[in-house]
Each structure stands twice: as structure tokens, then as C-alpha cells.
Design a protein around this ligand. Structure first.
Ligand SMILES: Nc1ncnc2c1ncn2[C@@H]1O[C@H](COP(=O)(O)OP(=O)(O)O)[C@@H](O)[C@H]1O
Ligand SMILES: [Mg+2]
Length: 319
């Protein structure tokens, strides 16, 4: 069995003339948490629905644990746990009734279902709300019930559509912790537009915009695409002048100098690197020679927000 637990190739969805997802290739390995990023309307939910077999692709194929979702739909689906966007649930059922229903419709044997219900109830801390009807639960608990039904049959592949959307900061943290805890022996995709989530939860991220892949890499690789990556912020006492700028520009590790702010008291520059990063030693040496009073000097490790905005806006916005 290959380590690529989820594979999709040339995945395309057209709604009439509108191409919602265009020729998307993606794969997720065991142990990986793939962040699926993109602005609203980029095609994340449509892609996830094709991956789970809820929506038939216009072109391309999906394989889950080697099972082709078109020719072996039952095998493929059995390996997937899915948390739909907003996690719609049968809200007049209690949490216990819902889990039982989901387990039975997945064909789980009684003893196995009983055991798994105990496990997921413990894992998601649902003990206190099991016999409460779902529509009376808080948002956080509803999402936890949604996650519980997704992992009930202990599937190797998890597809979670905006699992933390609409939760408060504490609940978000809790759901992220759960995802990380499950990651070791699963292949997980989460869609999100919270970039901080990518850094804390994901081992790899892809960005789509306008239905097309625009980026695929580790969070660190994404950061390195930030124009600010490896730049240095330098704050000096005094107003600064053209001479300061010129001498900074002469440094071999500095490609460009941007004046961020200046008044009589202090000035602040951003130095952009010629290679990976501006050489702090080189800048310190110059400051020493020139007798500049350095107030702060700080390397910037880039911003995912900036990368995301640059990539997403490189593609035309759609209705
Ligand atoms: N059933 C549908 N019929 C027509 N257009 C759709 C349908 N489902 C989604 N779309 C369109 O496809 C695009 C992608 O939507 P979606 O996958 O929900 O994006 P995301 O989840 O990234 O916000 C949107 O422009 C949306 O309006
Ligand atoms: Mg969506």
C-alpha cells in the first residue's frame, strides 16, 4: 500500500459554463495535514465534495487508499470521514441518536459501533451532552458532534471543511489540538482561510484561487515567498538622510532600502536581501563605523497573509 492515501488528478468541476474547479492535482500522505487555502468562492468546498464522492467530477479522478471513487465508490467512501461546511446535522436527534444512526448507515457491526461510540465520546468530550438534542447544543459542541460522526468509523482519511469556522478562540484551539492529535496515522485535509491555522496545524498547504492551484508547499516554503522574508527592519535615532540610505545600499547583502517612517527623533528602514536574508553582522558593522545609534534591528520572517493576498489577487475575482 502506497503512502499516498488520497490522490486526485485533473479534478475539474463545471456548473454549466462556469468552471468552479479546474484541473486540480493534489495528494495527501499518511501523517500529513494538508491545509487547503483560498478566498471565498475559490472552489474549496466543491473540491472537497468531489473528494468525498458527494459530487461527481466533470473530469479527473480521485483515489482513496487506492480505491477509485468512481469505479469503487463504496470502498473509497468507507475510508473517508467528512465534516461538511457548517456541519449540518439532524438537529432534532440527540448526539447519541445521531452517532448511532451514522454508524448503522455505515454498516458498522453493533459491538464495534458501541465501542467506537465510547471512544469518540471520550475523545471529543461529549459525555455531558450525549442525550441532549443537537439543536440545543452550543456551536462548539455541535462542531464536536460533527467531528465525532466524521471519525466514528475510524477512517484513515479525514476531509474537514472549515472545521474551526464560527468558533470562539478557545474552541478553535481545542479543535486544532484534536486535529493534531489525530494526525499521526491519518491523512487529513482541512480547508480554512485562517492563515495562523496553517502554521499551527498543517504540515503542507496548497492555495487555490479561481478554481486553480496557485501554490503548494510547506508553511515555511510559503513564508519564503513573502517579499518581506529575510528583510531587516532597522530603526535609527535621528532623522536619517540620503547618505544613510546610500551607505546601506552599498552593503553586499542589501538589494533595496525602503524608508518606512521618519521624524526628527528616529527613522526606520526596511532592508531587502540580495539572497536569503540581510546580513545582520554587516549592517551592525556599518552602523558602528558610521556611529549610528541603532534603536532596534529585527529580521522579518515573512507573512503568510501577504503571500496569500499576493497569490489570491493574481487571479481574477469571480462572482
Ligand atoms: N451547485 C452549484 N451550482 C453553481 N455554482 C456553484 C455550485 N456550487 C458552487 N458553485 C460556485 O462555485 C464556486 C466555488 O464555490 P465553493 O467551492 O463553495 O468555494 P469555497 O468553498 O472555496 O468558498 C463559487 O463561485 C460558487 O458560487
Ligand atoms: Mg467553502
Amino acid at each position: 500500500m502506497s503512502d499516498l492515501w488520497l490522490q486526485a488528478s485533473g479534478l475539474t468541476k463545471r456548473f454549466g459554463d462556469f468552471v468552479a474547479v479546474e484541473s486540480l492535482d493534489l495528494s495527501v500522505k499518511r501523517g500529513e495535514v494538508l491545509g487547503f487555502l483560498g478566498p471565498n468562492g475559490a472552489g474549496k468546498t466543491t473540491t472537497m465534495r468531489m473528494l468525498t464522492g458527494f459530487l461527481k467530477p466533470s473530469a479527473g479522478y480521485v483515489a482513496i487508499m487506492g480505491a477509485n471513487s468512481e469505479s469503487q465508490p463504496y470502498e473509497a467512501r468507507a475510508h473517508i470521514g467528512y465534516l461538511p461546511e457548517g456541519a449540518p446535522l439532524y438537529s432534532d436527534l440527540t448526539a447519541r441518536q445521531l452517532l448511532k444512526f451514522v454508524g448503522q448507515s455505515r454498516g458498522m457491526a453493533r459491538a464495534n459501533l458501541r465501542e467506537r461510540m465510547e471512544v469518540v465520546t471520550r475523545q471529543l468530550e461529549l459525555q455531558t451532552v450525549l442525550d441532549q438534542s443537537i439543536d440545543t447544543l452550543s456551536k462548539g459542541f455541535k462542531r464536536r458532534v460533527g467531528l465525532a460522526q466524521a471519525i466514528l468509523h475510524n477512517p484513515p482519511v479525514l476531509i474537514l471543511d472549515e472545521p474551526t469556522d464560527g468558533l470562539d478562540p478557545l474552541q478553535k484551539q481545542e479543535v486544532r489540538r484534536l486535529i493534531r492529535a489525530m494526525a499521526k496515522d491519518k491523512a487529513i485535509i482541512i480547508s480554512t482561510h485562517i492563515l495562523e491555522e496553517v502554521e499551527t496545524v498543517c504540515s503542507r498547504a496548497i492555495i487555490i484561487a479561481g478554481g486553480r492551484l496557485v501554490c503548494d508547499g510547506t508553511p515555511q516554503e510559503l513564508l519564503e515567498r513573502s517579499t518581506r522574508y529575510g528583510s531587516l527592519r532597522l530603526q535609527l535615532r535621528g532623522a536619517g538622510d540620503e547618505a544613510v540610505r546610500d551607505s546601506l545600499l552599498k552593503l553586499s547583502s542589501v538589494r533595496e532600502v525602503e524608508l518606512l517612517t521618519a521624524n526628527e527623533k528616529r527613522c526606520e528602514y526596511r532592508l531587502y536581501p540580495t539572497a536569503r536574508a540581510v546580513d545582520i553582522a554587516e549592517v551592525s558593522q556599518l552602523a558602528h563605523v558610521q556611529k549610528w545609534k541603532v534603536e532596534t534591528m529585527q529580521t522579518d520572517s515573512g507573512s503568510l497573509d501577504e503571500v496569500f493576498i499576493a497569490l489570491a489577487s493574481s487571479v481574477e475575482e469571480r462572482p
